[in-house]
Design a protein around this ligand. Structure first.
Ligand SMILES: Cc1cc2nc3c(=O)[nH]c(=O)nc-3n(C[C@H](O)[C@H](O)[C@H](O)COP(=O)(O)OP(=O)(O)OC[C@H]3O[C@@H](n4cnc5c(N)ncnc54)[C@H](O)[C@@H]3O)c2cc1C
Length: 409
């Protein structure tokens, strides 16, 4: 615990791992290397308050600079690690000398999935992952101008809400037959589609994009059904790809992410990994997962710090997530994939409060709660307790969630 810990990546997982290492007794150097020029910042606001201009860089820092200084954490920012030499225990940094390590942590996250279509390089066509992306998008936000969002997932819909509130005319183009298809039940998709339409967003499902057109900058999005949508600004939000190349080239085991065990150890005992870049077996769901959430980055980073300090603690947290769109606060507990029944509470077709509770063989496995904190809070307890609930009472929004918990088996 007196050697040098090098952390590659400087975002959510790293910002937890560094300080947690100190708290767990790491006495040696801690050096964080990040290829963005910023101290770790909260990424979720990039499609919410930061995009809307309601928050600035200083407001979204995960920790103030002084906190890292106090913890003796050193930064190499704007630097990219290009290789790991596991034999000699060194990382190669682009354009600089190699840096030796005693233990290594990979918190290299993920990147926006690129599409290979004509015109993606036109000015005005953007992805949304980093502060630099938002800096490029912001000048294109103009009241009355046309925005086309490619992809009706969380990021696409959050962005649509912000652009609409800024007075843009917004169209969302989604390839699947409903928005958020990958992660929610049809009722939740219907709820969100209705609210977005009420807000004036044009949501078009079952349509692919064939390319982007324009002279000098984007002017239109050509869809697979032949329609052409006018576009002054395009944002593509079609998922992410984990950054695994560095680990793979170093010979670490990689599947749909860097393979780690319950203690965040990679296939090399001296290297841990945490966050979006990892592939781990969930204790709660008993299957391999790659999670894309702040909760996972933070909790897994804590486990990684414990491992490096010889105080291993199993990472077995329940996944949770959130999404903000207009005045809707969606809180998601657990993972709904594989559910056999979705029970809803609230009115899907009116108002702004709604929940879907996902059951598998009678047990609650996940909850999507929109402006309904009790469903989220109690839902978490029902999931972790593996409870069976009375589904008729569960579907009755007049029955309090806490009463369902008390009565649950
Ligand atoms: C717009 C947006 C909105 C989101 N909203 C939510 C939300 O509401 N709720 C939620 O829970 N999650 C949300 N997420 C997801 C969440 O931000 C991620 O799960 C989280 O950032 C993962 O943290 P991480 O530290 O694992 O990786 P990342 O945040 O991806 O950070 C990895 C860092 O490592 C750097 N890096 C990669 N390779 C190298 C290298 N070779 N050398 C040096 N540096 C390198 C990357 O540039 C990056 O800065 C959102 C994400 C985005 C993009």
């Amino acid at each position: 615990m007196k050697g040098t810990c090098v952390i590659v990546g400087a975002s959510h997982a790293a910002a937890q791992l560094g300080p947690s290492l100190r708290e767990s007794g790491w006495e040696g150097r801690i050096i964080m290397i990040g290829d963005e020029p910023h101290l770790p910042y909260h990424r979720p606001p990039l499609s919410k308050e930061f995009l809307a201009g309601r928050k600035q860089l200083a407001d979204i820092r995960i920790r103030p600079e002084a906190a890292y200084r106090k913890a003796g954490i050193e930064f190499l920012l704007g630097r990219r690690v290009t290789a790991i030499d596991r034999e000699r225990k060194r990382v190669r940094i682009e354009g600089e000398d190699d840096l030796p390590y005693d233990v290594l942590a990979l918190t290299i996250g993920s990147r926006a999935r690129r599409v290979d279509l004509p015109g993606t390089g036109l000015p005005g066509v953007h992805y949304l992952r980093n502060i630099s992306d938002v800096d490029a998008i912001r000048p294109g936000i103009r009241s009355g101008a046309e925005a086309v969002i490619v992809g009706g997932g969380y990021i696409g819909l959050e962005t649509a809400a912000v652009l609409r509130a800024a007075g843009m005319r917004v169209t969302v183009v989604e390839m699947m037959d409903r928005v958020m298809q990958r992660v929610t039940a049809p009722d939740v998709s219907a709820f969100y589609t209705r609210v977005h339409r009420e807000e004036g967003v044009d949501i078009r499902c079952n349509i692919g994009v064939a390319g982007f057109e324009g002279h000098g900058r984007v002017e239109a999005v050509r869809c697979s059904d032949g329609t052409c949508l006018p576009a002054d600004l395009v944002i593509i939000g079609v998922g992410i790809v984990p950054n695994t190349e560095l680990a793979r080239a170093a010979g670490l085991k990689v599947e749909n992410g860097i393979v780690v065990d319950d203690f965040a150890r990679t296939s090399d005992a001296g290297i841990v990994a945490a966050g979006d870049c990892t592939w781990h077996q969930s204790a709660v769901y008993d299957r391999w997962l790659r999670l894309e959430s702040v909760q996972n980055a933070v909790d897994q980073a804590r486990a990684a710090a414990g491992t490096l300090c010889g105080k291993p603690a199993r990472y077995d947290a329940l996944p949770w997530f959130w999404s903000d769109q207009y005045d809707l606060k969606l809180q998601i507990a657990g993972l709904s994939q594989g559910y056999d029944e979705a029970v809803t509470r609230g009115d899907r077709d009116h108002g702004r409060s709604f929940a879907a509770i996902y059951l598998k063989a009678g047990r609650v496995i996940a909850v999507d709660a929109v402006n309904r904190p009790p469903e989220f809070m109690i839902g978490k307890k029902l999931i972790t307790g593996g409870h069976i609930v009375d589904r008729v009472r569960l579907a009755d929004a007049a029955v309090a969630m806490r009463d369902l918990l008390t009565a649950a088996k």
